[in-house]
Design a protein around this ligand. Sequence first.
Ligand SMILES: Nc1ncnc2c1ncn2[C@@H]1O[C@H](COP(=O)(O)OP(=O)(O)O)[C@@H](O)[C@H]1O
Ligand SMILES: [Mg+2]
Length: 290
Amino acid sequence: MKTYFDIAGDGGSQIVDQVVDIQEKIRHKLSRVKHRLAIASGKGGVGKSTLAMQLAAALRQRGKTVTLLDADLNGPSLAHMAGLQESLFIPGPAGLHVPKTKDGIGVLSLGSMVSEDQAIDFESVAPSESFTWRATREFTTFRDLLAGTDWGTLDYLVIDLPPGAHKCYEFAQFLGSETAFVLVTLPSDVSQGVVRRSVSALKKLKNPLLGYVENMSGYYCADCGKVKPLFPQNTRMNFDIPLLASLPFDPRLATLCDQGQPLAYLFDSPAAQAIHALAENIEKRMEAQP
Ligand SMILES: Nc1ncnc2c1ncn2[C@@H]1O[C@H](COP(=O)(O)OP(=O)(O)O)[C@@H](O)[C@H]1O
Ligand SMILES: [Mg+2]
């Protein structure tokens, strides 16, 4: 039996050439994408996907071409939020066509491919189904999606990241330093604690960290038109990065996400206003990037 020590060079696999080849393919496929923006947090359930979807809709309304890439391969939710659960990924000469909402927002999400009653599994060749191996398979799948899709000419590719503080760092490295980041947190100490870790991880890299969004900053009561406190008053929020927007919890927004209606931002409410402010703020900051 051979051991690693017996393998000379790459053992004939030409692995380095393969990696260089696929990286070049990704670079070429994304060459007509003006801005890459990752929506991240570290924490789960804080509204990353909701904000990614609504931000894309607001940017679209501002005349931008936008595609959403659902990088949460194990728990994809953008297909549902965009009403594109049954869309087909049709291959074309330059790669997979990205399904679009009726408003023209591209959405590439594994949720369009795998129905919600099926688990998404990354088959392992390792006997013990090791976690590390699965993570590797996950990244390989993500890399293949990037390299195999026809992204076309875009103003924004908005990438919705999975939870996990380490994911911010891993994806930032993988996507390259030109991908900007926006972090999402709830006002709770628990959420802020996780997001603070993500901030410190991202600060080790060169990726622009545009700022953070405070989601569920209060509860919007449609009957009385007032925003009520949702968490006890909290003043810490000192992430040392700009606050881009504060968005209250709005039950109508949750319902519209469930119904797959991406234009939830159209209704007049503090949440809608916050999303528009966020889009405007992000556009300004992205345009200011070198
Ligand atoms: N501001 C908000 N108002 C109402 N519902 C929200 C808001 N933010 C998130 N939600 C809801 O909370 C749930 C979790 O949000 P989601 O975007 O899936 O979180 P994450 O992607 O961070 O895991 C979803 O059902 C979503 O509709
Ligand atoms: Mg999500």
